[in-house]
Design a protein around this ligand. Structure first.
Ligand code: PLP
Length: 431
């Protein structure tokens, strides 16, 4: 029997790509999920499995880039969305759904006194940065070289994993003033980070941190580092903003809490929306009051036609209700097992790749293949395609996660198919 290849199992996707390129630059709407020579197009998802246009089913270890913690089309989330949509999808009036969801979000962490909703993580990061500027009256922000925080131009600086401290943007034409106001600091280097912060201390509104930055290899911030940042912020009045859009899932009370840190503002997204568009800024009321219009024009006006729309609120309520401490413990244990199994395959194959991450998140970091000149990112793409060919979906940079509908069967299948995919990727790298 001839071995299946990416091309041999994706005829319908190839045809859809040709059609899509007539109307969409590159045939889709997300740079991060483009794949050469063409992406696989999804048809449907159910639980932890996704089916493509060719009818090929795969176990989904990507879950819309870590969004779908309860997998696809969870019956309780579908019911909540259907019911909410039946009552009207958006109003230019506040709703009880938004109050109820804010109560649920704020109940997760004692530093979440008030919440403000947006329709994406990008918007929520933007509002958090602007809130810090409004509160402090300062223009600059500090972020960690290489870390990703979405598409807002002030944070889309050195956001592709490089540890260079010289600000640059992949968004061609980004104004020099933006780059001048976004200062790079090194991750997990308390002395190095604080030294740079002190150079600009009078100009900083906030330090923006993802406690487990996936573009930096998904290695967690250590406690000493978080403590040094907290001490600097307490001393200077600079706000510590924790972007937990991907990492909130680490613990019931969020990532900072699980890692022994405390933020002034926390940005949430992805899993809190149950698969519907969502973002949230949360934090102490003294900081969040910059949004408050009840005493006149607020320091930070914030509108948006879809902010707190009742469908996202209802999906979010259902998602949080399902995300009990027991479920978090269960998927975190499965995440640990996945990392162990993948590491053991990599060792058996004699490769120097790493599997990083914590809780239910993992990232496979490819480095070299003996006998091949390909770089880590090129190898990641080969592995991604080989996994797709072997019934597994992860991110094209090696990012993945475990979801609540998964069990031992999916992990066993992943381990077996991973071995096959690694062998194929290594052979392709050498050819
Ligand atoms: C840490 C982090 N911040 C911000 C974002 C942007 O969120 P969204 O894609 O909802 O705009 C992401 C998305 O991957 C993220 O992982």
């Amino acid at each position: 029997m001839t071995e299946q290849t990416y091309e041999s199992i994706s005829t319908a996707s190839r045809e859809m790509y040709a059609r899509a390129c007539e109307v969409l630059p590159g045939g889709n709407t997300r740079t991060g999920i483009f794949n050469s020579p063409y992406p696989i197009y999804a048809r449907s998802g159910n639980g932890c499995r996704v089916t493509d246009l060719d009818g090929v089913e795969r176990i989904d270890f990507l879950n819309n880039s870590t969004t779908l913690i309860h997998g696809h089309a969870h019956p309780e989330i579908v019911a909540a969305v259907t019911e909410a949509a039946g009552r009207g999808t958006c109003f230019a009036l506040p709703t009880e759904a938004e109050v109820e969801f804010a109560e649920a979000v704020c109940a997760r962490n004692e530093s979440f006194e008030w919440a403000r909703f947006t329709s994406s993580g990008t918007e929520a990061v933007m509002m958090a940065v602007q809130a810090a500027r409004a509160y402090t009256g300062k223009p600059k922000i500090a972020k960690f070289a290489g870390a990703f925080h979405g598409a807002y131009d002030s944070v889309a600086v050195n956001n592709y994993g490089s540890d260079s401290l010289t600000p640059h943007s992949h968004a061609t034409g980004t104004p020099a003033a933006i780059l001048a106001n976004t200062v790079m600091i090194p991750f997990n280097d308390p002395d190095g980070a604080v030294a740079i912060l002190r150079e600009n201390v009078d100009d900083f509104a906030c330090v923006l941190i993802d406690p487990v930055p996936w573009r930096l290899g998904l290695l967690p911030a250590n406690r000493e580092f978080l403590a040094a940042l907290r001490a600097f912020c307490d001393e200077t009045g600079v706000l510590l903003v924790s972007d937990e859009i991907s990492s909130f899932r680490i613990g019931y009370h969020g990532a900072m809490h699980a890692m022994g840190g405390v933020a002034d503002l926390t940005v949430l997204g992805k899993i809190i929306g149950g698969g519907m568009p969502i973002g949230a800024v949360t934090g102490r009321s003294k900081f969040m009051s910059v949004f408050d219009p009840s005493q006149g024009t607020p320091k930070l006006p914030h509108s948006g036609s879809y902010n707190a729309n009742p469908v996202s609120m209802a999906a979010g309520m259902a998602s949080l209700r399902l995300l009990t401490p027991e479920q978090i413990d269960r998927i975190n244990a499965m995440g640990e097992q996945v990392r162990r199994e993948l590491r053991s395959v990599i060792a058996e194959e004699g490769l120097d790749w790493a599997v990083n991450g914590m809780s239910s998140l993992f990232r496979i970091v490819t480095s070299t293949v003996p006998g091949s000149d390909l770089s880590g990112p090129e190898l990641s793409r080969l592995l991604f395609q080989a996994l797709l060919t072997n019934g597994i979906l992860i991110g094209n940079s090696g990012l993945g996660c475990v979801s609540t509908p998964m069990g031992q069967g999916e992990i066993d299948e992943f381990a077996v198919n991973f071995k096959q995919a690694v062998r194929q990727a290594v052979a392709a790298a050498r050819s």
